[in-house]
Design a protein around this ligand. Structure first.
Ligand code: 8YV
Length: 328
């Protein structure tokens, strides 16, 4: 009888996904909602050929060295800053993520967060629930305009483009962006989007959306100096990773109304939120849910499983990050 390879599913996963994995593997599933500690992860990974993770579990060179049986790391996220990709590649460990299936859903949320932030929705709901809605006034909860304004996108990948499309075609916004590489000419023309220097993006955007990958290079790339370039009427939206923004500098800018408002779905120390942000009225805070619709989360969960099955059964994984390890 063939012995199935052993894998670890590091977080609670949909039943259908566990069933799919169990057809191929001997599955050890951490069913709790609290993440495994790094020590627990290392212990549970002993003898495992594959691991199915989310954005919480960190895959480091040290962990890989402590788990020599590991051949595949499959994350149910598009971002992969929690994985040392170079260390995986050097050890011929296949890494995959879940791009594309979450693009439109995440862009929907990014735009919703922009709207909620500009139009002061959370502030209004808090005021109403607290019994503070007494009468009408011409400037009561008056927010910033969205349609026809300038949308700035920092990081023009798949999700950035999907947000730009919503702004351009749904809200007649002028789109500017900053990205390491320019968009293909066809997409730039479709979106009527202009690539600008980062400083110009900060100066001109009425609404600035952060959608860039997190790395040593993008760590705190929005800090005091960058916030100082923004318009006092501007809003900032972050659906990428918390570490991109210096939260203390952002809280100070919001408190002193050097920018109008911010919408944040991600936080540097999440799930802990910087207390300086919690007391400010002009910030909308959501708990990292940009990709959280049932169909999208199921699609992500299945894609991560399909990658793991392929990687360990000799088939081509649908969305590998280091396909070179397969041919090495
Ligand atoms: C995840 C995300 O849900 O895909 C990503 O990179 O940020 C979200 O879609 C989150 O990271 C889960 O850990």
């Amino acid at each position: 009888m063939d012995v199935k390879p052993k894998i670890l599913v590091a977080r609670r996963a949909p039943a259908a996904v566990l069933e799919k994995l169990s057809a191929h593997f001997d599955v050890d599933c951490h069913a709790g909602d609290a993440p495994l500690s790094p020590e627990e992860l290392r212990a549970r990974l002993q003898g495992k050929a594959g691991v199915y993770i989310t954005g919480t579990e960190r895959i480091t060179a040290e962990l890989l060295d402590a788990c020599p049986a590991l051949r595949a790391v499959c994350t149910m996220t598009v971002g992969y800053n929690h994985i040392d990709l170079a260390a995986c590649t050097a050890r011929r460990v296949l890494v995959s993520n879940t791009p594309d299936v979450l693009t439109e859903t995440t862009a929907d949320f990014g735009f919703a967060l922009l709207m909620a932030t500009a139009r002061r929705m959370s502030e209004g709901e808090r005021l109403l629930r607290d019994g503070g809605w007494k009468s009408w006034a011409w400037d009561f909860l008056a927010g910033s305009e969205v349609h026809g304004t300038t949308l700035g996108i920092l990081g023009m990948g798949r999700i950035g483009q999907a947000i730009a499309r919503r702004g351009r075609f749904g809200f007649r916004m002028k789109v500017i962006y900053h990205n390491r590489s320019p968009l293909p000419a066809g997409i730039e023309a479709e979106l009527d989007a202009r690539r600008v220097a980062k400083d110009e993006l900060l100066r001109q955007a009425d609404h600035l959306v952060l959608v860039l990958p997190y790395s040593a290079e993008s760590h705190h790339c929005i800090a005091a100096a960058e916030l100082a370039l923004m318009k006092p009427t501007a809003t900032l939206v972050n659906i990428a990773r918390g570490g991109i923004v210096d939260e203390d500098a952002l809280a100070a800018a919001l408190r002193e109304r050097r920018i109008a408002a911010a919408g944040l779905d991600v936080f540097e120390g999440e799930p802990r939120v910087n207390p300086a942000l919690l007391t400010l009225p002009n910030v909308v805070l959501t708990p990292h849910i940009a990709s959280a619709t049932m169909p999208t989360r199921l699609a992500m969960a299945h894609l991560a499983a399909d990658n793991l099955v392929a990687a360990l059964t000799g088939a081509a994984p649908p969305t590998p990050l280091n396909p070179e390890v397969l041919s090495a």
